[in-house]
Write a protein that binds this ligand. Structure first.
Ligand SMILES: Nc1ncnc2c1ncn2[C@@H]1O[C@H](COP(=O)(O)OP(=O)(O)OP(=O)(O)O)[C@@H](O)[C@H]1O
Ligand SMILES: O=P(O)(O)OC[C@H]1O[C@H](OP(=O)(O)OP(=O)(O)O)[C@H](O)[C@@H]1O
Ligand SMILES: [Mg+2]
Length: 287
């Protein structure tokens, strides 16, 4: 039996529920009590450690744990030696500058100013690379209040919908500093090997969940003369499966299509002459 894979999972915060849900869909046991710190999944030979997402890159970077789920922004901010190996398609956010509305700020205006942030590592790398010298004010959270309260002139913070910024009377400026999402990280190669087969299975399972989330399975019948045009609309991931139908001159097509916009696709296929168009949700897949 190879050694148990040890995986860190966010214990709370913006990423924790989606991370646990993704692992459950991928067939792994997850904790039922949010106070549990460790969970052993014997069947899959995996041990899950529930940790603060900010600390996960540190544990994995030090090689104490094999793998972890965290935010790309948190990995880069930590400066830890963990390596991003897969984007997980949830927990998307932008890391951006903001300042009081109508101030018409530019990046260069930050020279000599105070910038509040919970991500000082990420921010100082960015400013340094652009030759901007500013004073960083490191706060734990609720960074949007720092300007009104007089400890900063501008902020660099996580923005998802932008609601928090607007409520604080702030507006964005400059390009996004970073586009972040939840990622899978692995420990550096020089900190010991990860069983390659176990890692491949984990990644295949997670990819399967991502694809099952973003695609649906579509079946339709169509006259042979129209099948080429229909296939161009529904090329599938590799290519559509086309089978003969008992009805002369017709074929059946089975193909995966993006979940987003599939109703519009059904309109177009129907206009082309397709009939019996069925859509089924995917619960899992392995490509
Ligand atoms: N709306 C959001 N608010 C905060 N973080 C978000 C949001 N959407 C996605 N994220 C991502 O989630 C991660 C932050 O997670 P979390 O909320 O646990 O951190 P935290 O703000 O430091 O913790 P806490 O708020 O519990 O003190 C980052 O990778 C961030 O990019
Ligand atoms: O663009 P929005 O959708 O408004 O989301 C972004 C806000 O949410 C997060 O705060 P959180 O609730 O994690 O509190 P914190 O600042 O104390 O971490 C983040 O730090 C922003 O303040
Ligand atoms: Mg937060």
């Amino acid at each position: 039996m190879p050694e148990m894979l040890r995986i860190a999972v966010p214990n709370k915060g913006a990423l924790s529920e989606s991370a646990a849900a993704m692992l459950s869909k991928a067939g792994y046991r997850q904790r039922s009590d949010t106070k549990d710190l460790v969970l052993v999944d014997d069947i899959n030979n995996v041990e899950f450690y529930y940790l603060r997402p900010r600390d996960i890159a540190v544990y994995v970077g030090e090689g104490t744990l094999d793998l972890g789920i965290t935010g790309r922004d948190m990995l880069l901010d930590s400066g830890a030696n963990a390596e991003e190996i897969m984007a997980l398609g949830f927990g998307a956010s932008k890391f951006r500058f903001a300042a009081p509305a109508n101030g018409a700020w530019t990046l260069q205006d930050l020279n000599g100013k105070r910038i509040a942030t919970s991500y000082p590592g990420l921010l100082s790398d960015y400013l340094h690379a652009r030759g901007i010298s500013a004073r960083l004010i490191h706060l734990d959270g609720a960074v949007e209040s720092s300007i009104r309260l007089g400890v900063a002139d501008a902020i660099a913070d996580v923005v998802e919908t932008g609601t928090t910024l607007r409520k604080a009377g702030l507006e964005l400026f400059g390009d996004p500093i970073l586009l972040s999402e939840a990622i899978l990280v692995q420990r550096p190669q020089n900190r010991g090997d990860i069983d390659p087969l176990a890692l491949a299975h984990l990644q295949q399972r997670l990819s399967g969940v991502i694809v099952a989330r973003d695609y649906v399975l579509m079946d339709y019948d169509i006259p042979v003369e129209q099948v080429e045009e229909a296939s161009a609309l529904t090329p599938g991931l590799e290519s559509p499966t086309i089978s003969p139908l008992a009805k002369e001159g017709w074929v059946a097509v089975r193909v995966m299509v993006p979940a987003r916009g599939h109703q519009l696709l059904m309109d177009h296929l129907h206009d082309l002459g397709a009939r019996g168009i069925l859509v089924s949700e995917l619960s899992a897949c392995r490509l």
